[in-house]
Design a protein. Structure first.
Length: 398
């Protein structure tokens, strides 16, 4: 019964590329659409077919992690490209509508992130071994989208270009006070203080990131200019000339968007400027993959521009600039994946083979979502007054 149901689902689902499945008993099923990736999967137990029917995202991810599903030729690129292309074309299928309706119904519950829960969610991902991130990030530990101003840039060059681009949008002047919401491993805060003479308060909910950032500030002799605290952004008081947040908004949760932008407004001085950098979706509002929620980013969600804009409008902030980065994150993830694979044996010694398969699946699924599933990056510049930044965008490229 399950095999027949799966066969019916896949015949409607495959519109681009081809999928060949080898079942546990040796039977082979093939599904073909238009030109695209040609992918082969091998199911190693009878429960896989049922799992894909009832919970496709979770079953594919867990099946690959646990070895119950293998990909012919270990072609993760092909599998995730195939999935991303066909998911974007299958919204009218009844079972895809059912899955999406169910996820949307749970969305507010899944993304309810009060301060206590937010800390636990952050710890799940960012308090992993520091040695893990050394395997694939650049030396500055920039764990967000790089900016490939030239296609031949190294990862280090592109991450430096990202920081420089953000700094231009902030219109910094020496002596300004900057509030960084989600300070990561401290690289952006230290760069802004060293290169522009500003003072930075960075907050994080990760103890690993806090310890690392404080040690970096001490080693650089910048502890008097750059301060890091283990604190929820909502607990910060006072006002700042500039606010910057890179790669943190994805963890806020839709029920808290209004609180987030109200906090940005309240923490800005009257002539202050904020720059919010986040992964986004070039589609209407959606939901997060259950596999990503369980294993990678609990409480995480990629916002639609309409969701962000509605909260900004309600806060009274003025949107002074919005920029959309398209394939920059795909290229960033390609670099991360290649670096991780070059040191996969070290990752396995840190954790185990199952973890390595999980991390590979996560990095490659993310890359292909930017290449084929309308994910992008939004940079939203905000102010309390429209005169807070120059009237043309020349200052961003000078």
């Amino acid at each position: 019964m399950w095999d027949k149901l799966l066969d019916g689902m896949l015949r409607g689902f495959v519109k681009t590329g081809a999928l060949e499945i080898t079942h546990p008993d040796g039977r082979v099923s093939r599904y073909e659409g238009g030109p695209g990736p040609d992918v082969g999967l091998r199911f190693h137990d009878e429960g896989v077919a049922r799992g894909i029917i009832t919970a496709p995202d979770m079953t594919l991810g867990e099946g690959f992690m646990e070895g119950r599903i293998t990909i012919e030729g270990d072609d993760l690129d092909g599998l995730h490209a195939f999935l991303a292309m066909n998911v974007t074309q299958s919204g009218d299928l009844w079972w895809r509508k059912t899955i999406q309706t169910t996820r949307l119904a749970r969305r507010r519950l899944d993304q309810w992130n009060p301060a206590s829960k937010a800390r636990a969610n952050v710890a799940h991902h960012y308090d992993l071994s520091a040695a893990l991130y050394d395997l694939f990030l650049d030396a500055d530990r920039q764990y967000s989208c790089a900016y490939f101003a030239r296609p031949d840039m190294t990862l280090e060059e592109a991450q430096a270009a990202k920081k420089a681009h953000i700094a231009k949008k902030l219109c910094l002047e020496p002596g300004m006070r900057v509030f960084e919401i989600g300070s990561g491993w401290g690289g952006l805060a230290l760069t802004l203080a060293q290169d522009f003479g500003v003072e930075v308060l960075g907050v994080t909910l990760s103890t690993e990131q806090l310890d690392w950032s404080r040690a970096r500030a001490e080693a650089a002799g910048m502890a008097d200019k750059v301060r890091f605290e283990l604190k929820d952004y909502r607990a910060v008081t006072g006002q700042f000339d500039r606010i910057v947040s890179v790669g943190m908004f994805e963890h806020v949760g839709v029920p808290h968007y209004r609180d987030y932008f109200d906090t940005v407004r309240d923490r800005l001085t009257p002539d202050g400027v904020a720059l919010i950098h986040t992964i986004g979706r070039a589609t209407p509002p959606g939901s997060t993959s259950p596999w990503i929620t369980k294993y990678i980013f609990p409480g995480g969600y990629v916002p639609a521009l309409s969701e962000m804009s509605a909260a900004v409008e309600a806060s009274g902030l003025y949107p002074t600039d919005v920029e959309v980065w398209r394939l920059h994150y795909a290229e960033t993830l390609r670099h991360w994946y290649d670096r991780f694979m070059a040191r996969a044996e070290e990752a396995e010694r840190l954790y185990d083979a199952r973890f390595v398969r999980m991390w590979r699946y996560y990095l490659k699924a993310s890359e292909m979502s930017f290449r084929h599933a309308k994910q992008c990056v939004f940079q939203m510049q905000l102010a309390r007054q429209q005169e807070a930044v120059p009237l043309t965008r020349d200052y961003m490229s000078s």
